[in-house]
Ligand binder design. Structure first.
Ligand SMILES: Nc1ncnc2c1ncn2[C@@H]1O[C@H](COP(=O)(O)OP(=O)(O)OP(=O)(O)O)[C@@H](O)[C@H]1O
Ligand SMILES: [Mg+2]
Length: 334
């Protein structure tokens, strides 16, 4: 049995896995603690992780009907993410593993989002094309084996989720932005405002969302406070459509370039209903299989970290005692 811990951003997560089977997957969201700031405050996140790490691990063990004695290894997100937040997870995992002389398995967070697709039931086997769109990343990945993914294209500026969060703030919708913008957009007209769909003429597979965010900012300035309130649903729908159109256009281009037989989605933005529908339509038209993981496995969770850990390198006790987290930079050898 494997215990996995994830604390890279503002969710404190622990999961128990038996192979690819999820025995428990506990997520304690700190969203309420950050909502007043319109985004995640790193120091606040780290402090909350400190308070929540032990109860969340205890809850995951209890839900799985397990104790620490049942564990064979401990997996943890080593990066990338907020360094203070990561350090709490890594220290917790090291302490639990060391107390039982168990191996520690450091996991790359982005490989975790990809590996959500390997979980039971109906695990997706490589090779497949994976669109990972989250709060900090937006990338198209070639997944040829379980161990790693190759980045085919990525955002040149903001991540798609970051754009959702910033636009939600502009529209006075709160944090996190994705779910509230999606909800608001339901009653809006996606054609009401013309928004730039970036990178259309770019022959590659990179993305860009900062121009779109600025376009929404200018529309808001023109409309004024009352105007924004009146047209909020239309603004949300038009913005969301531009994001989905860009993401889908790049998946279409990647399919044309790479002859993939299956497509998968990962990261928080993969929870977006219109994006899921648009990718499903594209895949159906192209005769390509599509894997959509449940929404709870799109946003940050520890089950996906445990899934990636199955193909990552375990570090034996006591070699990991000096192991550190990493905020950015070189991806770890997964
Ligand atoms: N329904 C939705 N529609 C669009 N975006 C969404 C939806 N649900 C969540 N998101 C976005 O997903 C992001 C959170 O995803 P995730 O938890 O994977 O990101 P992260 O862990 O903060 O970033 P990273 O994985 O890059 O380190 C937020 O930006 C949020 O607004
Ligand atoms: Mg994430």
């Amino acid at each position: 049995m494997l215990l996995a811990i994830e604390t890279s951003c503002d969710d404190t997560c622990a999961a128990l896995l038996d192979g690819g089977r999820i025995l428990s997957n506990v997520i304690s969201s700190q969203a309420a603690a950050h909502a007043g700031f319109g985004g995640v405050v790193p120091e606040v996140a780290a402090r909350h992780h400190l308070e929540l790490a032990t109860p969340v691990v205890e809850a995951a063990l209890a839900e799985a009907g397990a104790t620490l004695d049942d564990l064979e290894a401990v997996a943890v997100t080593a990066g990338p993410g907020l360094i203070g937040a990561l350090l709490v997870g890594v220290s917790t995992a090291k302490a639990i593993a060391a107390s039982r002389r168990l191996p520690l398995i450091p996991v790359d967070h982005l490989q975790g989002h990809v590996a959500a697709n390997f979980l039971e039931p109906e695990p997706l086997e490589p090779p497949f094309l994976c669109l990972v769109a989250s709060g900090g990343h937006t990338q198209l990945a070639a997944v040829r084996d379980h161990e790693r993914h190759e980045i085919l294209g990525q955002t040149l500026d903001d991540a798609a989720g970051e754009a959702f969060d910033k636009v939600a703030r502009l529209l006075g919708l709160g944090y996190p932005g994705g779910p509230v913008v999606q909800k608001e957009a339901q009653s809006g007209d996606p054609e009401a405002f013309e928004m730039p769909v970036a990178m259309q003429r770019d022959p590659g597979l990179d993305f860009s969302f900062s121009g779109l965010k600025t376009a929404v900012l200018y529309r808001c300035r023109e409309l004024g406070e009352d105007g924004v309130r009146e047209r909020r649903a239309d603004l949300a729908a038009s913005f969301q459509k531009a994001v989905v159109d860009q993401l889908v256009a790049k998946v279409r281009r990647a399919l044309k370039k790479g002859h993939w037989e299956a497509v998968a989605l990962g990261g928080g933005v993969a929870a977006n209903g219109p994006l899921r529908a648009a990718v499903a339509e594209l895949c159906e038209r192209q005769g390509v299989a599509l894997k959509l993981v449940p929404i709870a496995l799109c946003t940050d969770n520890a089950a996906m970290i445990g899934s990636a850990a199955r193909w990552a390198h375990p570090v034996a006790y006591p070699d990991y005692l000096g192991y550190d987290a990493f905020a950015t930079g070189e991806r770890m050898a997964a």
